[in-house]
Design a protein. Structure first.
Length: 230
């Protein structure tokens, strides 16, 4: 523990301080902002207290958390819970036609990628700081959304009578392109190649339709071959 942290603990009067949930939430918000701006290692307890509108080195943080690491864990949990509260587009499907479903799915995924970016950035920068952090974030921001998309692909292909489609791999392929698009935007602070979301989405939908047509054609050819063999 750093000396300034120890001093802050010693200066804290027993039983003092505002223990309201609002203050705790304010500290979490302040900490996550600072971790994103400066990194976990370069953010001190005093920095968090100051950003939260509290006296730095007053021991206020320790009235709510045992350590800076505990603040980080609480912040990650809160962001994951916020993501899980978002209504999934899968709850709104099916729609009237496949193209409309793709457009809705694409817009939802792009927005979700924007919402998940703070957590992704944290993992890229501080993934080695807290044991288990990477696993928790991976489940929330990658595995869960990809499983939802994979289930949707499996349902669509099954209803169309298509067999042999690897839904999990296809989910990674079609959503991975969106993740890369958003990642480049985050890294460089501008849209890649000057694209906007609508232009990217239009082409993404056409590619998905072409993939669907490919599997439909493959299934039809397979069926024709079976008929010939009888």
């Amino acid at each position: 523990m750093k000396k300034d942290d120890q001093a802050a603990r010693r200066k804290r009067p027993a039983g003092s301080g505002d223990r309201s949930g609002a203050t705790r939430d304010r500290m979490i918000t302040a900490a996550m902002e600072l971790f994103a701006e400066r990194g976990y290692r370069n953010t001190t307890v005093a920095d968090i207290e100051s950003r939260a509108g509290l006296a730095p080195r007053s021991g206020a943080l320790y009235q709510h958390f045992a350590s800076k690491e505990e603040v980080l864990r609480a912040g990650v949990r809160k962001q994951i819970e916020d993501l899980e509260r978002v209504v999934s587009v899968m709850d709104l499907l099916p729609l009237a036609d496949f193209r409309s479903e793709l457009i809705m799915l694409g817009r939802w995924n792009l927005q979700e990628l924007t919402n998940r970016e703070p957590l992704l950035r944290l993992v890229r920068q501080e993934g080695d700081v807290v044991p288990g952090l990477v696993d928790d974030v991976r489940e929330a921001v990658h595995d869960r959304p990809h499983r939802e998309i994979a289930r949707w692909i499996a349902q669509v292909t099954a209803s169309d009578g298509l067999e042999g489609v690897d839904a999990e791999s296809l989910a990674l392929i079609i959503s991975g392109s969106m993740g890369y698009y958003r990642m480049l935007e985050s890294i460089y602070g501008q849209k890649p190649l000057g694209l906007d979301d609508d232009r990217f989405l239009d082409t993404w939908v056409e590619v998905c339709l072409a993939i669907s047509e490919h599997f439909a054609k493959k299934a039809a050819e397979s069926g024709a071959e079976e008929e010939k063999g009888r």
